[in-house]
Design a protein around this ligand. Sequence first.
Ligand SMILES: N[C@@H](CCC(=O)N[C@@H](CS)C(=O)NCC(=O)O)C(=O)O
Length: 204
Amino acid sequence: MSMTLYYMPGACSLAPHIALQEAGLTFDTLRVDGKSKTTADGQDYLRVTDKGYVPALRLPDGSVLTECIAVLQYIGDHSANAQLSAPDGGASRYRVSEWLAYISTELHKAYGPMFNPAASDAEKQRALDALAKKFSWVEDALGDRKFIVGETFTVADAYLFTVLGWTKFIGLHLDKWPTLQRYHAAIGARPKVTAALKTEGLIK
Ligand SMILES: N[C@@H](CCC(=O)N[C@@H](CS)C(=O)NCC(=O)O)C(=O)O
């Protein structure tokens, strides 16, 4: 049985989608409608995962794995390209985990109020200001490197690329952070990243 990634276009499930492409693993994708919680082939998504959100990855044994960090680590560990989860071998694996945790808890979740119709303008502005500060920190941490950990692409890049892409939905322009803008464009130009974006209908 091959794997199936359940996704919503452009959502955080884009990160494992990119990682699956970069890993060269065999997989299918199945789009989920966020409002009705049904899959493109008519399944009740809540029966796939009662969390109701993406990503979910159906593994070859039929079980379902959720949570971006876990799904990304699984893909990295099952790739023929060992550098996807541990770019320089050994201890760099913990640097990848460190970045995955930062991206998930400090960046991904920080977008929450901006995507929440019930949040007030003041809440949205506070969240925007906090996110901007974090972007400046990531900008400095990245410096003139091509990737966020080591010298090669890792699953942390798949996740960072994905969350940086959401800036266009919230009126925050990456041109304030030239390093992040350069990084986002370079990761976005990778053929496997382009393939994932095309499948999700985000580019032609
Ligand atoms: N803790 C989860 C959060 C996943 C999450 O926020 N998913 C969002 C998309 S980025 C989602 O499915 N939202 C739609 C919904 O909740 O209906 C993870 O890290 O995987």
